[in-house]
Design a protein around this ligand. Structure first.
Ligand code: ZN
Ligand code: ZN
Length: 266
């Protein structure tokens, strides 16, 4: 069997707040975190509470790419279990900051008493904070980004490795010209992770909240020619039964709802 270019593990796919109740066990309650492995590289897409279940050791220092700094995407770093190999540092790419110093200053507002007892760098076992350049090379993986559409902004990432591509588009509200740009950015992707926090009726009541719908996810899938769509950033009120009903409507499409613990190889 050929070695996959990517292995993606869903560590957390809940939006806005972590949730833990009986009817949330199938899709999971941890907030955004996806572990992408390519050869001996490990890349975390966001660092919500899901990152607390990350492995403790890595062959090479991991990289964390943040889509934006809302708490549900960063709070897991406070209890991050991983440590880079001795002498190496975890690289943390922080959108919308000029340099590492500005990123440090931002995080020192959260990871500081009385809000949290341990500074961020210590939580990560040694980290280098960096702004997001237009292209990042991580071993065999190339990462590009485009602006999202979300209160306070967000970044959408495009990861490519040996001809396979993943697009990570969460905390994103559709709208033009952004949506058409996202269609081009996702052209022929092997996998798109797409924000589908709201159903159509909720979206009508929550325009401007910075989230999208399964219907727009399907439109993105069709227009981009992508192979597979994973709907994510599930609303904290969407129980397993809600999401199973959503998947029933998706029958016959190349789309499904992300489940915590799910592993996808490309
Ligand atoms: Zn979020
Ligand atoms: Zn957000």
């Amino acid at each position: 069997m050929t070695k996959p270019a990517f292995q993606l593990t869903v560590l957390g796919c809940r939006g806005s707040m972590a949730v833990c109740r009986d009817d949330f066990k199938l899709f999971g309650g941890d907030t955004s975190c996806y572990m992408v492995q390519a050869d001996d590289e490990t890349i975390f897409l966001d660092a919500g509470t899901g990152i607390c279940a990350a492995p403790a050791a890595f062959p090479k220092a991991p990289v964390i790419l943040l889509s934006h700094l809302h708490l549900d995407h960063v709070i897991g770093m406070g209890m991050y279990p991983g440590h880079p190999p001795a002498g190496e540092k975890t690289r943390l790419f922080v959108p919308f900051c000029r340099d590492g110093e500005e990123a440090q200053a931002l995080f020192s507002r959260i990871f500081t008493p009385p809000f949290w007892p341990v500074p961020l760098e210590e939580c990560l076992g040694g980290a280098e904070l960096l702004p997001v350049p237009s292209t990042i090379e991580i071993g065999p993986v190339r990462v590009d980004s485009m602006p999202g559409n979300h209160p306070g902004n967000s970044l959408i990432y495009h990861l490519s490795c040996r001809g396979k591509t993943i697009v990570y588009a969460t905390d994103y509200e559709h709208g033009e010209p952004s949506f058409s740009e996202l269609v081009e950015f996702s052209r022929d992707a092997d996998l798109i992770l797409y924000d589908a926090q709201f159903d159509e009726a909720e979206y009508e009541a929550k325009k401007g909240y910075g989230h999208s719908t399964p219907e727009k996810g399907l439109e993105l899938l069709e227009r981009s020619g992508a192979k597979r769509l994973l709907l994510t950033h599930h609303n904290l009120h969407s129980s397993d039964s809600c999401l199973l009903a959503r998947e029933e409507k998706l029958a016959g499409t190349r789309a499904s709802c992300a489940r915590q613990g799910q592993v996808i190889r490309l």
